[in-house]
Ligand binder design. Structure first.
Ligand code: FAD
Length: 405
């Protein structure tokens, strides 16, 4: 028996190994990852770690002893470079070959590069890995002015850290609002207002033409001729799924490694999970989605582990996500985008608000800002395929909890 080999020691790869053991799988399990060390969680990198509230040790998904106890072999610092599908062998850059009965690709995603002159100057950072977080944190300690390129989750979380630590920060975004691809217009406006109140400056609808040096970042040049002075620039313009290994093995790639509803590729001996995989989701009316979240990585891994342990089921878990930005706790249940109607429940002045987003008359998802109870109820409702009408959602006297029972 060759056992199960997993490429990627991120959230999804780790969970696959842990869940195989929970499901009673007794064969060999090997996790291959090109990062150093044991699996760690990325969410604190832009939050607690950046604020100094936790250190690198605090990011570990499990202590070292866990891997020995569960007989999970971790080959850290090794990159997989090819898959011999006919022979069922994974080839590593070191030249080693790992034979497998089943291969799981949990290769995640990597930072999208900013294609402008000066993007490689000292002082320009991206944030995906622990070494990148270490270097960004050290730079922030000395920074006089920060520019963030991209008003996505990571950019906004880092902007909130800058504001809290008293470093002036400007967020530059090509679209006309923050989180344009991720949340409703009304939610985006509330989030923007909170950041502005904390001292963050936004420049919308403007492209970055370059980073000005000459020796290290001094300013961001905008396409309209303006310059934003900054000695620290964080580029947070999204990620690209890491599909190279799959593509070079002839597996189908469609905005991520394409898998079916069971998270299996067209090769019966290969599955794919996490940020790097795209799958048909019942929560998007069967449309193919690729989701970047801890929940998707964890639940996808659980789904594949159960199948490999003899309990196959389609991947149907309700997607959910969170983002902490200063005083804001944003939580999203379901897949809100695209939606054709969004109704508000609650009052931001009174502490919190949720946006109930509808697509074709059905509840597609709920965005909650500092309203965790709504979020939990929304997850239950979406799992059950139920939801309030828009009028009920907007009526704060309507008992949502009763509907979820
Ligand atoms: P990854 O974590 O990217 O792991 C993939 C691993 O595979 C990487 O270590 C990569 O180096 C390795 N790899 C790739 N190719 C190879 C190869 N050929 N050989 C060997 N190794 C390879 N999500 C939330 O839900 N809430 C949050 O608040 C949140 N905050 C975040 C903050 C930050 C700063 C970041 C970066 C992400 C955040 N996320 C958050 C997203 C979440 O962390 C990801 O969705 C999750 O890590 C995805 O896990 P993954 O295992 O699919 O991919």
């Amino acid at each position: 028996m060759n056992g199960i080999v997993v490429v990627g020691t991120g959230q999804a790869g780790f969970q696959l190994g842990a869940s195989l053991r929970e499901n009673g799988y007794a064969g060999p399990v090997t996790l291959v990852g090109d990062e150093a060390g044991l699996p760690y969680g990325r969410p604190p990198l832009s939050k607690a770690y950046m604020l100094g509230k936790t250190d690198a040790a605090g990011l570990a998904l499990r202590p070292e002893a866990f891997f020995a106890e569960h007989r999970l072999t971790v080959r850290a610092g090794e990159r997989a470079v090819a898959i011999d599908r006919a022979g069922r062998v994974l080839r590593l850059a070191s030249g080693a070959g790992l034979p497998y009965d089943h291969l799981v690709l949990a290769t995640g995603a990597r930072n999208r590069p900013l294609p402008v002159p000066g993007a490689d100057l000292p002082g320009v950072h991206q944030l995906r890995t622990l070494p990148e977080a270490e270097s960004l944190k050290a730079a922030l300690a000395d920074a006089k002015a920060v520019a963030v390129v991209g008003a996505g989750f990571i950019g906004l979380e880092f902007a909130a850290v800058c504001a809290r630590t008293g470093v002036p920060v400007t967020v530059i975004e090509g679209l006309d609002r923050p989180l344009a691809r991720s949340v409703s217009a009304e939610m985006a406006a509330l989030i923007e207002a909170s950041h502005v109140a904390a001292g963050t400056r936004f420049l919308f609808g403007t492209a970055v033409a370059g980073i000005l040096g000459p020796d290290r970042a001094r300013a961001v040049a905008l396409a309209d001729g303006r310059e934003v002075a900054a000695d620290l620039v964080l580029v947070g313009i999204g990620v690209l799924p890491d599909t190279d290994l799959a593509a070079s093995a002839g597996l189908r790639v469609e905005n991520g490694i394409a898998v079916d509803a069971m998270l299996a590729t067209e090769d019966p001996a290969i599955s794919a999970i996490g940020d790097g995989a795209s799958f048909p989701s019942p929560h998007a009316a069967g449309a193919r989605v690729r989701i970047e979240s801890v929940q998707n990585a964890v639940d996808g891994a659980r789904c594949v582990a159960a199948r490999l342990a003899g309990r196959p089921a389609a991947f149907a878990a309700v997607p959910w996500f969170w983002s902490d930005q200063g005083p804001l706790k944003l939580q999203i249940a379901g897949l809100c985008q695209p939606h054709d109607r969004a109704v508000r429940r609650g009052d931001p002045e009174a502490g919190g608000v949720s946006m109930f987003c509808y697509r074709d008359g059905r509840l597609a998802g709920v965005e909650s800002l500092n309203r965790p109870a709504d979020h939990m109820i929304a997850r239950r409702l979406l799992q059950a395929g139920r939801g309030p009408t828009p009028d009920q959602a907007a009526d704060s006297n309507f008992d949502l909890k009763a509907l979820a029972l």
